[in-house]
Design a binder for this molecule. Sequence first.
Ligand SMILES: NC(=O)C1=CN([C@@H]2O[C@H](COP(=O)(O)OP(=O)(O)OC[C@H]3O[C@@H](n4cnc5c(N)ncnc54)[C@H](O)[C@@H]3O)[C@@H](O)[C@H]2O)C=CC1
Ligand SMILES: CC(=O)C(=O)O
Ligand SMILES: [Mg+2]
Length: 625
Amino acid sequence: MAFSSSLPRLLRRTSSSLPLRWRLRMFLAGKRSRPFTTCEGSRPTILHKRSIDILHDPWFNKGTAFSITERDRLDLRGLLPPNVMTPRQQINRFMVDLKRLELNASDGPSDTIALAKWRILNRLHDRNETMYYKVLIENIKEYAPIVYTPTVGRVCQNYSGLFRRPRGMYFSAADHGEMMSMVYNWPAEQVDMIVVTDGSRILGLGDLGVQGIGIAIGKLDLYVAAAGINPQRVLPVMIDVGTNNENLLQDPLYLGLQEHRLDGEKYLSVIDEFMEAVFTRWPNVIVQFEDFQSKWAFKLLQRYRSTYRMFNDDVQGTAGVAIAGLLGAVRAQGKPMIDFPKQKIVVAGAGSAGIGVLNAARKTMARMLGNNEFAFEGARSQFWVVDAMGLLTEGRMNIDPEALPFARKLKESERHGLHEGASLAEVVTKVKPDVLLGLSAVGGLFSKEVLEALKDSSSTRPAIFAMSNPTQNAECTPEEAFSTVGDHIVFASGSPFHDVDLGNGKIGHCNQGNNMYLFPGLASYMKEEEVLNGIIYPSISSIRDITKEVAAAVVREAVAEDLAEGYRDMDPQELKKLTPEETVAYVKKNMWEPHYPTLYKCYTSSMGQQICGFILSLRVAASHL
Ligand SMILES: NC(=O)C1=CN([C@@H]2O[C@H](COP(=O)(O)OP(=O)(O)OC[C@H]3O[C@@H](n4cnc5c(N)ncnc54)[C@H](O)[C@@H]3O)[C@@H](O)[C@H]2O)C=CC1
Ligand SMILES: CC(=O)C(=O)O
Ligand SMILES: [Mg+2]
C-alpha cells in the first residue's frame, strides 16, 4: 500500500548524486530485509510492509538491531532509539532486565510491584490500545501513579532494560538534515499533541538521556485518559542530543547516543530542525516541552512561543497548578482569594519550575493589586527564594537572568536579619512565611529544623507544597509535615501520598499538586467545605470531568477574545452562540472515549492493485540483479 507513496521520498533521501537507475535499484533492493535468524548469505526476505508494521511483526522485527541503512530502506528511521545493538547486546539487555526482579527486591518491595504493574499495563497497551485506556480511565486513581509519577521515574531509569516495542519517535543529533523526511515515517496522518523531551532533567532524577522518553509517553497517557485526546493523534518524542550522565555513557546496553550533550548553536539547530519538521507535517499540532534542563527550558520557550503552538509544562503548567493551590491555601485560611497578595512565600528551588511559579504568582498578585507597574514591583517583596546556594540576594555574583527579579535587595534582607546565602531554616525562622513551597528536587530538604521553624509562621494555617518528584525527591512527607508543624496545615505534594490519620477521626489531607492537572482558574472549582478541610485540589478520580470544565472555560474565553478558530462542525460564530452548558456538552462530545469502533475492510482499487503488482515484480526482478 504505502510503497507508491514512500517511493519518491526514499529516492529523494537516497544519495542524490547517484544516477536515478541506481537509486531505484537501491530502493527496490532495500525493500527486502532479513529476518533476525537469517545468517549471512541466506536468501533475502521480501516484505510486503513498511515502517511501523515491520516493528509490530514478530516474524521480521529485529528491534534495536536494525542497522541504520535498513532503518532508512524500510522507513524505520526515527521509530527506534538511535543506538544500533548487536543481537548479543539485545540478549544481554533482555537478560539484565529478566534478572532485575531479584535486584529490585533489595530496593524495596513496592518498587518491584509497581514496575510489574507497569509491565502488565504496557503489554496491554501494545496489544490493545482501546482496552488499555479503558482500564486506565476506570482506575485512574490506582494506575496514574504507575504510568506517571512516581513509577514512571523508575521506568525511565530502567528504560534500556524495559524497552520492548518502540513507542513514539526518536530524533537524534545524527539525524541532522533528515528530520523533514523522518516525520513521514510516523504512521498517523493527524497528530494533535506532541510531548517532547531531551531527557536532560527527568523529574528530579537528573539526566537520563534517551531513557527520558518514558516521561513523554506517561504524560500523553494522561492526555488520553484524563483529557480525552484521541490516542491515535498523540506522539511522544525523544530528541537525543547525547547525555552527560557518565553511567549511561559507560553502559554497553544504553540505547541512546553515547556522546556528551550537544550545546550552543549545535543544540539549537537540532531542536530548530525538529520543530520545523513536525509543524510542516502537522501545522496544527501542539508541542509540549517536558523536562528540559532549566538552562534550555526558558531559552527554547522564548525562541518558539511566538512562532509555534507550543508551551513548556515545567515552566507554565506547574505555574498554573501552583497558583490554583496557592489561592486554595488562602481560602483554607478562611480568607478571600483577593488576600493572596498579602501572603509571604518562601520558594526553595529557582529552576524552570520554581521560576515559572514565582513569575505567575507575582503576576497574579499584581493583577489583584491594580495591574500596573507599581503593583508588579510591589508584589516582588512577597517572595523569598532559596536555591542550592542559599538565600538569593542582589549580593550574589552571576545571577541567572531568570532569577534576577527575585533576588532580594541586600539592605532589605539585613532588615530581616538575613544575608546572601542564608540557609532555608534561617529564612523560614526570620520570614515566618504563610507558604513554604519546594521545587528543588532535593528529597527531605524540609528537614525537622525547617518544619519546626514553620511552626512560628504568621499564618493561622501555613501551607506546605513539597512539589518535587518522584516520591523520594519530595521535600518532606505529609507525615513529617503534619506531625511537626501541626494538624492545621495545608499540604500538597508533587507525587501522590496517602492522607494522614491524625487520630480522633481527623484526617490530614494530602493534595497532589502536579502539573498533570493544569488547573488554571480552577481555584474556585473547589467547594468551600472542602477547602476549609484542607482539600485544595480535586481528586484525580474526577479528572475527566474537571478537564471538560476547564476546556469549556478555555473555549468560552477564546470566543470572548476573538481567538477561537472553531473545530470540526462548529465555526467560531456557532461557538459564540453556545450557552456555558452547551459548551460543556460540545467539549464532552469531542472527547475521545475508549469504545471499539466498527471496522470495515478496505479493498485496494484495481489501479492500486496493478501498481502494487508492478512494483512487486520489479522488486523480484531486482533481487536477481
Ligand atoms: N509538582 C509538579 O507539578 C512539578 C514538579 N517539578 C519538580 O521540581 C523539581 C525541580 O525541577 P526544575 O526546576 O526543572 O529543576 P532545576 O534543576 O532546574 O532546579 C532545581 C533548583 O533547586 C535548587 N536547589 C538545589 N539544591 C537545593 C537546596 N539544597 N536548597 C534549595 N534549593 C536547591 C537549584 O539551585 C535549582 O535552582 C524536580 O524534582 C521536578 O520533578 C517540576 C515541574 C512540575
Ligand atoms: C511533574 C513534572 O512535570 C515534573 O516533575 O517534572
Ligand atoms: Mg516535568
